[in-house]
Write a protein that binds this ligand. Structure first.
Ligand code: PRP
Ligand code: MG
Length: 212
């Protein structure tokens, strides 16, 4: 394999900024998101457009050499994936929220409660750490609706601007982790592709310095 294979979110909050930073480091990619794979014109690079949640496993298996991905997704999916560069965009938190009217004075109030989330491992870790037993409802999207439809007492999801919480009458009560977009590398990367990744990373560092 001679070209560096890098995964980028197919659609969602990281996609546009990921493509923008690649463009800023002088990598021009032919097409939009309709193709699942695209080659750079002027750099030995192939971009794979993938679903966020699938990317960690592709890195572990060496199907891709590197990825631009949210740190929160890497943490949720676990595995021995190294982060080589923090990219400074798509900052968010993974937080617990409850209805605005709910009484909340600390984690102990979650005991026995129903929590809806797309981040079950992150939530389980947090609950274990605090010795709390709660029931998890795993949902893939629109998690914030769960308390309003009687499915849960609390939710754990990404908070960025906070507008989704606000619109759904929820308040943030705990921050489980803070996250941003990162460049992550597969443990299976070849020496040749690692050398290409180093070049790409060097260019990224220059752009990031310029943004400060
Ligand atoms: C994401 C995330 C939160 C929201 C946070 O949802 O799941 O719900 O954005 O952003 P905010 O704090 O700026 O409102 P998204 O809109 O991507 O849809 P999904 O939950 O259906 O995946
Ligand atoms: Mg959402």
């Amino acid at each position: 394999m001679t070209k560096l294979r890098i995964a980028v979110q197919k659609s969602g909050r990281l996609h546009d900024d990921s493509m923008k930073i690649l463009n800023e480091i002088g990598i021009s990619i032919d097409n939009g998101k309709d193709q699942l794979k695209a080659s750079a014109k002027n750099f030995p690079l192939e971009v794979f457009y993938l679903r966020n949640g699938d990317i960690p496993q592709y890195l572990i298996d060496g199907v891709v050499d590197a990825a631009i991905i949210g740190e929160n997704v890497l943490i949720e999916k676990g595995g021995a994936i190294s982060i080589v560069e923090k990219l400074g965009f798509s900052s968010c938190k993974v937080s617990i929220a409850v209805p605005k009217s709910a009484k909340y004075s600390g984690v102990q109030d979650l005991e026995g409660k129903r929590i809806a989330t797309s981040y079950p491992n992150t939530v389980k870790q947090f609950l274990e750490k605090h010795n709390i037993n709660a029931h998890l409802h795993i949902i893939n999207g629109s998690v914030e609706i769960a308390p309003n439809i009687g499915l849960a007492d609390a939710i754990v999801d990404i908070v960025s601007s906070g507008s989704t919480l606000f619109k759904n009458g929820l308040k943030e009560v705990e921050v489980l982790l803070k996250s941003e977009a990162v460049l992550a590398v597969s443990p299976m990367i070849s020496a040749k592709n690692k050398a290409t990744l180093d070049k790409l990373q060097f260019r990224l560092q220059s752009v990031l310095l310029g943004r400060q």
